[in-house]
Design a protein around this ligand. Structure first.
Ligand code: PAF
Length: 298
């Protein structure tokens, strides 16, 4: 396995592999790898010739009060996991390599990200709701870095996890809107035995909070039960009410949002009839913000 920190040598290596006719599978990550990431890497290994993983904690996608500084960075462990998952190349750049520009631009703006880049990718609508509403500027940071990484790696297929449903959707939309030559695949959420969705941020939870964190999964199960057991259309208000009941019964929980939305447009659905619905939520357990979702097909 090759570990490359600089853009130019990586591009040269990938260029040479592509000239041999090999296909590139790409798994962008922020490290602190878990089974969810590894499932993407293994899938990439089955579907493409060369698996490239990026490990980069992207400052541009964190708000000023968020956990950028304390985000876990277990470098050696991550490299070991990549090796065990059959990864060919790990791209692990410094902040300067990705964002060489550091001066504040001429126009002041509330986005902290303006100190990192002059040019960025942003999107209307899909980014204005759910996580985008609670984390202003987050998706601008995600889209900009993913765009840069796609330009650097030039993957044939890029793999993302469904846990970040909105992220995967906006990345797919960017690829369509900007005519990018990459196929985006979204893979199922990998869960702990008790149902908690795997996340790098689960590491922040104290043992007591870890127990409480299953309330997200339990709330999603309850929503599924309400939707699937009823012969009549169910209202979103009823579902959200039942989910709130479960989450609020947990001592250290604070709901950021619960969304009952159309899986393609992320627009709220008032009444669930016979179509697909996305139930997504973000909940603080103590200081840790966790997200999860179910795509329900009635
Ligand atoms: O999902 C993540 O880990 C990040 O948002 C991503 C896609 C690697 C961009 O920094």
């Amino acid at each position: 396995m090759l570990v490359i920190n600089k853009i130019n040598p990586l591009k040269a290596k990938i260029g040479a592999l592509k000239r041999k006719g090999l296909t590139i599978g790409f798994v962008p990550t922020m490290g602190a790898l878990h089974e969810g990431h590894l499932s993407l890497m293994r899938r990439a290994g089955r579907e493409t010739d060369i698996v490239v993983v990026s490990i980069f904690v992207n400052p541009m996608q964190f708000g000023p009060k968020e956990d950028y500084k304390r985000y876990p960075r277990p470098v050696q462990q991550d490299l070991h996991l990549c090796r065990s998952a059959g990864v060919d190349i790990v791209f692990s750049p410094s902040d300067k390599e990705i964002y060489p520009f550091t001066a504040r631009p001429f126009r002041t703006s509330p986005q902290a990200s303006d100190t990192l880049t002059r040019t960025f990718v942003d999107m209307y609508k899909l980014t204005e709701t759910m996580c985008g509403k609670s984390r202003p500027g987050h998706f601008r940071g995600v889209l900009t870095v993913v765009n840069k990484l796609f330009n650097i790696v030039e993957p044939d297929i890029a793999y993302f996890g469904q846990k970040d449903y909105q992220q995967a959707l906006v990345i797919k939309q960017m690829v369509t809107d900007l005519n990018m030559d990459v196929q985006v695949k979204v893979m199922p959420i990998v869960r702990e035995k008790d149902g908690l969705a795997m996340s790098s941020r689960n590491k922040y939870l104290t043992p007591a909070e870890r127990q409480e964190a299953i309330c997200l999964y339990r709330a999603l199960l309850k929503a599924t039960e309400l939707i699937c057991s009823s012969r009549r259309p169910v209202s979103a208000v009823k579902i959200i009410g039942a989910m709130k009941g479960i989450i609020n019964s947990v001592r250290h929980s604070r709901i950021d949002y619960i969304a009952v939305v159309d899986p393609q447009t992320l627009e709220p659905i008032k009444t669930i009839t016979y179509r697909q619905v996305l139930i997504a939520l973000a909940v603080y357990i103590g200081k840790t913000r966790l997200i999860d979702n179910f795509l329900i097909c009635k």
